[in-house]
Design a protein around this ligand. Structure first.
Ligand code: MG
Ligand code: MG
Length: 269
């Protein structure tokens, strides 16, 4: 069981997660057809170091990047590479930092140029599912309440929920207990207590729920090679409503100025 975080620890983690949020806004500013995922990684690493933190993922179990960049059928843990993003791609960019002994961890799936209508719908539903899950991050609820809310929303729209990869507690380690699956049964699983910090991160597939790991030992992709979407926020369990530590506000300010709006609004006519 994750031990409750003191107020000080929460404020440090808020700073960590706001830095991740701002790093992802930098990515929002440069993402376009023609840019490589390695270039996104370079920009993120420089931004994090310039702000007095360390990339949280780089070197974690040997992971080589500052970001996980997962394109189209890649679900999570994609390694930044010379892959050139092209019109119609989607890319989940997952970013972590370590600062003052604590971690931040947040992810956003971007549209590259205009995307197919069904993929736009996948992004919208995954994003909504995240917030449906977050609503249950309150004292007295259980992990299964979060998972149920995410699963119900995704499956109602005809999409499927990745089972093997889950959200997690966050603190002085990047991954702490409890695990937060994106499926579950109401009223089941670990009890949520005040001060627990949770990363809620639905991974939702357009096709089947099956996944495989690629030969690089990291990248997870869908078995049927159909697209997958991923959004993640860090939240503190509170009595009346969750305290969301990271934010998509900075990212979306950039996207609204630059594109037609949020990722799912950038769809082909
Ligand atoms: Mg993450
Ligand atoms: Mg995470």
């Amino acid at each position: 069981m994750l031990k409750d975080k003191t107020g000080d620890a929460i404020e440090i983690m808020r700073e960590c997660n706001l830095l991740v949020s701002k790093t992802l806004a930098e990515i929002a500013g440069i993402i376009r057809p023609g840019v490589t995922t390695l270039e996104l990684d370079r920009v993120a690493e420089e931004y994090i170091l310039d702000h007095g933190a360390l990339p949280g993922f780089k070197g974690y179990n040997g992971f080589p990047g500052t970001l996980c960049t997962s394109v189209n059928s890649q679900v999570v843990h994609g390694i930044p590479s010379s892959y050139v993003l092209k019109e119609g791609d989607i890319v989940s960019v997952d970013c972590g930092v370590k600062m003052n002994g604590y971690y931040g961890d947040t992810a956003y799936t971007y549209a590259v140029g205009e995307i197919a209508a069904e993929v736009a719908e996948l992004l919208r539903v995954t994003y909504e599912a995240l917030f449906r899950g977050i609503e249950h991050a309150i004292v007295g609820k259980r992990v299964g309440d979060i998972g149920y809310a995410v699963q119900e929303h995704a499956e109602k729209a005809g999409f499927s929920v990745v089972r093997e990869m889950v959200g997690h507690g966050l603190g002085q380690s990047l991954h702490e207990k409890p695990e937060i699956p994106n499926y579950g049964r109401r009223g089941k699983g670990a009890l949520l207590k005040k001060g627990m910090v949770l990363c809620i991160e639905p991974m939702i597939n357009l096709g089947g729920k099956g996944i495989v790991q690629e030969n690089d030992g990291w990248t997870i992709r869908t078995r049927d090679k159909q697209p997958s979407a991923h959004y993640e926020l860090a939240v503190v369990v509170e009595k009346d409503r969750p305290d969301i530590l990271s934010t998509f506000e900075y990212i979306e300010e950039v996207l609204i100025n630059k594109n037609k709006g949020l990722p799912w609004q950038n769809k082909r006519p």
